[in-house]
Ligand binder design. Structure first.
Ligand code: EPZ
Length: 427
C-alpha cells in the first residue's frame, strides 16, 4: 500500500501538541532486555515503525511481547536466539544494538552487517573493535558479524575516534556483564545514552560517568529486569521539529510532555534566529518573533546542534531574511532534502558539507519524495509553509520516527491528510 501526505500550506498553526517517547531511547532500552531474563515494562513508548521492528527482532529471538494499555511488556525469560537477520537489519540499522547484549549474555551473536543508508556509509567498526577489545572473537561470515566470547568478556579501556551514539550503547551493554572494569573514552553524551545507562543501573549494572565523555563500568556476574516500569524520555528531535513551526507558518504552539533541558542548543539557536521560545517544566511555548534572521550553524555531537535537526532547520531558514550556512559535520551525505526543497522554490546551494540558504523565498506546493527520516520531516515543514498543495511520498521513512504526525499537526490547524494510491509509483 503506497501512501502520501497531502498538505495545503500557508496557514498559521496554533495549539497544543503532546510529545511522544524518544525513538532513539526506546530502541537501545528494548535491546537491553536481552541482557537478563525476565519481565520488562515500559511507559510512554512511541508507536513507531522502528519500535515494531525491534519488537519483531526480540520476538524472533524468543521474547514474548505484549501491550497492556499504556504498558509495553517484554518478557525475555525464554529468549535464546542469537541471530539478527538481514531482512530486519536492512529495515533498521539500530538492530545492531543487540550485538553487544547477545555477546555478553550468551557468548555469541550473529548480526547482519547493516547496509549503508541514505545519509552515508555508516560503518560499525567502532562496535566490532570495542567488542574485540573486550575479548570477543569477531569474524565476517557471509554478510553477518559473528561474535564469539565462549569464556565471557573481560573489561578493558576503549577509546572512540568519534563519540558514536549506538557504539557507546552497544559497549555499555557489553561492559555491564564483562569481568572487571570497562572504561569508554570519548563516549557519546546524548540523553538517550544516559537513559540506557540509568536503565542498566536499575538492572543492577554499576556505571559512572553517564552524560560525560568517560564512562566507567564495573562488570557484574548477572543482571535483573528493573523493579519498576521505565518511562521512556521524551523525543527531543520530535520536539525540535515542531518547535520550528511558528517561524515557518506563524501562530503560537505549546509542546507538552517534553524535556526542554535536552534541547538547550536548538532553543538557543532558534531564539537567535528570532523565534520567541519559553520553557516551563515539561512544556515549551513558541511563537514567531519579529521576522527570521539567518544563522551560521554546524551540527555536532550532543550537546551541540543535532544532526537530526539539520534538514528541518534548513527548511526554516528558507524563510529567514538573508544568507544562512548550515554545515553537516557527522554524515557525508545528509542533504537529500535540499534537491526536494529546490522543487518547492527554495534557494539553496550545496558546497560539500555546507548548505548555503538564501531567504526569504516564497515556497510553492508540489510533489516531493522523502529519502530518509529527517528529510521527510523537513519536507512536511516546508509544505506547511508553502503556498498551495503539496504531496509528500516516502512515508515509510517518516513513520519510523514521528508518531501520528498528521493527527498532531491537524490538531493545531494544519490541512493535512494521509492518502493512498493504488496505481503504480506516482512518477
Ligand atoms: C545515532 O546513530 C542515531 N540513531 C541517529 O539518528 C543520529 O543521527 C546519530 O546517532 C548521530 O546523532 C540511533 O540512535 C538509533 P553514530 P548512530 O554512530 O549511532 C561514524 C535518526 O534520524 N561511525 O553516532 O548510527 C559514522 O559514520 C537517526 O533518528 C563510524 O565511523 O550514529 C558517523 O559519521 C539517523 N564507525 C558518526 O560516527 C562506527 O562504528 C556518527 O555516527 C560508528 C559510527
Amino acid at each position: 500500500m503506497r501512501e502520501y501526505l497531502e498538505i495545503e500550506g500557508g496557514f498559521p498553526l496554533s495549539g497544543e501538541i503532546r510529545i511522544s517517547g524518544a525513538k532513539n531511547a526506546v530502541l537501545p532500552a528494548l535491546a537491553a532486555t536481552v541482557l537478563a531474563p525476565g519481565r520488562y515494562r515500559f511507559l510512554n513508548w512511541p508507536r513507531l515503525l522502528d519500535l515494531y521492528t525491534m519488537l519483531e527482532l526480540l520476538s524472533r529471538l524468543g521474547a514474548r511481547v505484549e501491550t497492556r494499555g499504556e504498558i509495553l511488556e517484554v518478557d525475555t525469560t525464554s529468549l535464546e536466539g542469537v541471530e539478527a537477520p538481514y531482512e530486519l537489519v536492512r529495515r533498521m540499522r539500530a538492530s545492531i544494538l543487540v550485538l553487544g547484549p547477545l555477546t555478553a549474555r550468551f557468548g555469541r551473536a550473529r548480526v547482519a552487517l547493516p547496509g549503508g543508508c541514505p545519509i552515508g556509509k555508516r560503518p560499525v567498526d567502532f562496535h566490532t573493535r570495542g567488542l574485540k577489545l573486550l575479548g570477543a572473537e569477531i569474524t565476517l561470515d557471509h554478510g553477518y558479524i559473528l561474535a564469539r566470547a565462549p569464556r565471557g568478556l573481560t573489561g578493558t579501556e576503549i577509546v572512540f575516534d568519534f563519540p558514536s551514539v549506538t557504539a557507546t550503547e552497544n559497549l555499555l551493554m557489553a561492559g555491564v556483564l564483562a569481568r572487571g572494569e570497562t572504561i569508554i573514552q570519548n563516549a557519546a553524551r546524548e540523553p538517550e545514552v544516559v537513559f540506557l545507562g540509568e536503565m542498566l543501573q536499575a538492572m543492577g549494572g554499576r556505571i559512572e560517568g553517564l552524560g560525560t565523555d568517560q564512562i566507567r563500568i564495573q562488570g557484574v556476574p548477572e543482571l535483573h529486569p528493573p523493579e519498576e516500569p521505565l518511562r521512556i524520555i521524551p523525543d527531543r528531535i520530535e520536539t525540535g521539529t515542531y518547535l520550528m513551526l511558528p517561524g515557518l507558518v506563524g501562530g503560537e504552539i505549546v509542546l507538552r510532555g517534553t524535556e526542554p533541558r535536552f534541547l538547550k542548543t536548538p532553543i538557543l539557536r532558534l531564539r537567535e534566529a528570532g523565534l520567541e521560545i519559553e520553557s516551563e517544566g515539561d512544556t515549551l511555548y513558541a511563537r514567531p518573533g519579529k521576522g527570521l534572521k539567518p544563522l551560521k550553524i554546524a551540527t555536532a555531537p550532543y550537546p551541540g546542534f543535532p544532526t537530526d535537526l539539520q534538514a528541518q532547520i534548513i527548511a526554516l531558514l528558507t524563510q529567514a531574511r538573508g544568507v544562512s550556512f548550515v554545515t553537516e559535520t557527522l554524515f557525508e551525505d545528509r542533504f537529500h532534502h535540499v534537491s526536494e526543497l529546490w522543487r518547492m522554490g527554495a534557494d539553496i546551494e550545496q558546497d560539500k558539507r555546507t548548505a548555503i540558504v538564501k531567504g526569504p523565498v516564497r515556497l510553492q506546493g508540489t510533489e516531493v519524495e522523502a529519502h530518509d527520516l529527517r528529510a521527510s520531516a523537513s519536507l512536511v515543514l516546508a509544505a506547511l509553509a508553502a503556498e498551495g498543495v503539496s504531496r509528500i511520498y516516502g512515508l515509510e521513512h517518516l513513520d519510523r520516527g514521528y508518531e501520528r504526525i498528521e493527527e498532531k499537526l491537524a490538531s493545531i490547524g494544519a490541512r493535512i491528510v494521509r492518502k493512498r494510491y493504488e496505481t503504480a509509483e506516482p512518477f
